[in-house]
Design a binder for this molecule. Sequence first.
Ligand SMILES: Nc1nc2c(ncn2[C@@H]2O[C@H](COP(=O)(O)OP(=O)(O)OP(=O)(O)O)[C@@H](O)[C@H]2O)c(=O)[nH]1
Length: 243
Amino acid sequence: MLMKADPTPLAPAADEGTPVSVKIRERLLAARQRFHANDNIADYIEPGEMEALLDEVEQKMQGVLDSMVIDTASDHNTANTARRVAKMYVNEVFKGRYSRGPSITEFPNAEHLNELMIVGPITVRSACSHHFCPVIGKLWIGVMPNEHTNVIGLSKYARLADWVMGRPQIQEEAVVQLADLIMEKTQPDGLALVMEASHYCMAWRGVKDMDSKMINSVMRGVFLKDPALRREFLALIPKRNGY
Ligand SMILES: Nc1nc2c(ncn2[C@@H]2O[C@H](COP(=O)(O)OP(=O)(O)OP(=O)(O)O)[C@@H](O)[C@H]2O)c(=O)[nH]1
């Protein structure tokens, strides 16, 4: 009786064993795309790779704990810390690096509105690129709509802010990135942003100053050209409170 031969085993894929972070990095380099801490790299991640990335970060984080001489094998509190920290970075606090931006519903500006609109305070949560310590603060956004362009739903400003702040940032660059994004999405006649935040790298560690905050602003379009409009926006922002 003729026996059917075993099928030839498939040759291992050329990139088998290559860490997923290396594959993503190679794509970014081939596309000459920047991948600084506050850049979004979602376009270079293929379906299914986020799970592998999470596993890789967990493994490396376990190495950090080992090097810190923490006995994660018998310490019940740190047994799963490597996994928890990996999930926190990749799926939560730095999700804005790995996920695509929020979808933005646009509504026709039927009444051709072109009056100042302010939204805030929006709570922003980020982490500094230098120490990965939390940056927690408030953000106010002033928009001078263009009577001919569409308007976006109010909640979308907070969603866009969450996406940009969900990356290791420095505050000056974070507000500029957010301003560029809102300008691109809504094309208003003017845009004003003010952000005030506590930097825990200054409070929890380092200089250990609990009270100082960083405040910065970005003005675009008519807010740059019209000092009266700029004053109106700043006067309408409610007095900032501690948080
Ligand atoms: N400009 C700016 N600086 C920031 C921001 N977040 C944190 N920093 C600062 O970045 C600096 C990093 O400084 P380094 O001197 O390299 O780090 P370090 O030796 O740990 O500094 P110390 O915090 O002074 O202990 C610190 O002065 C932080 O306060 C930010 O959003 N913008």
